[in-house]
Design a protein around this ligand. Sequence first.
Ligand SMILES: C[C@@]1(CC(=O)O)C2=NC(=C\c3[nH]c(c(CCC(=O)O)c3CC(=O)O)Cc3[nH]c(c(CC(=O)O)c3CCC(=O)O)/C=C3\N/C(=C\2)[C@@H](CCC(=O)O)[C@]3(C)CC(=O)O)/[C@H]1CCC(=O)O
Ligand SMILES: NC(=O)c1ccc[n+]([C@@H]2O[C@H](COP(=O)([O-])OP(=O)(O)OC[C@H]3O[C@@H](n4cnc5c(N)ncnc54)[C@H](O)[C@@H]3O)[C@@H](O)[C@H]2O)c1
Length: 213
Amino acid sequence: MVNYYSAMLNLSGKKAVVIGGGAVAARKILTLLEADAEVTVISPELHESIREVFLAKKIIWKQKRFEPDDLQDFFLIIAATNQSAINVQVYESANSQQLINLVDRPDLSNFIVPASLRRGALTISVSTSGASPGLARKIKQDLAKEYDEVYEEYLLFLEQSRKRVIEEVADSTIRRQMLQGLLEPQFLELTRQANYKEREARLLQLLTGGIAP
Ligand SMILES: C[C@@]1(CC(=O)O)C2=NC(=C\c3[nH]c(c(CCC(=O)O)c3CC(=O)O)Cc3[nH]c(c(CC(=O)O)c3CCC(=O)O)/C=C3\N/C(=C\2)[C@@H](CCC(=O)O)[C@]3(C)CC(=O)O)/[C@H]1CCC(=O)O
Ligand SMILES: NC(=O)c1ccc[n+]([C@@H]2O[C@H](COP(=O)([O-])OP(=O)(O)OC[C@H]3O[C@@H](n4cnc5c(N)ncnc54)[C@H](O)[C@@H]3O)[C@@H](O)[C@H]2O)c1
């Protein structure tokens, strides 16, 4: 088994190419767009779920079959055709500096894609190292119930409050205690109740010495 290295890629403005335009390609294209990558698709056909992003000019679609010269200048490549020989040809046409994923050949890929759950700044990614993508998806769905939409607002609160602690508290021991205090369940609960007034009062209490009961 490969011991994969987990990382968060900043693809903003980076050129990505997806070979193939079917259901699996469409899933990868949409997540690349969410990451602000500049996406080119090379495929004779385009799945209906990405017609809209094509019409909105959010992707470049080259309506043709793959040719080895198509990969130049791309930072990231996804081979997602239903022809395994074509996907292997994509692999053989890439250079060793490019990031490449073959949707049917993790053994030839230098990265694989986990199942990811987004809640604002929070990303929870689940990988089974390719052993069972369906399980990765199922675990993500289970986690989605516990880490629900409230976490988006909660993360905004934590981010701002953490900044305040870092700016206002010089002593590293007290600072650490306060940062721990921010993670007390009361702040999540008050966010869930949208009781921002009480949340701010408890935050002030914390910042001026001690965690509220
Ligand atoms: C997580 C997710 C992300 C995404 O694709 O964006 C993802 N697959 C998802 C779903 C899914 N894929 C498959 C099923 C059917 C059930 C099943 O087979 O289990 C389901 C379930 C479903 O659709 O419900 C079939 C499948 N997948 C791969 C192969 C080829 C092989 O195993 O060799 C085959 C057989 C094809 C065939 O039969 O021909 C390969 C890969 N799929 C990966 C990722 C990478 C490893 C992830 C990991 O485990 O760490 C890896 C190695 C490469 C890659 O794609 O990066 C996404 C969930 C999205 C979400 O919900 O968030
Ligand atoms: N990684 C994953 O998550 C995952 C999940 C399911 C299936 N798969 C694998 O992904 C493959 C694709 O699945 P799909 O459901 O998207 O298939 P699909 O049939 O919906 O789409 C295949 C696409 O490839 C394009 N294509 C075919 N030949 C091409 C060529 N020479 N050049 C460019 N494009 C070409 C077709 O036009 C079509 O758009 C499957 O065969 C399977 O092996 C991977």
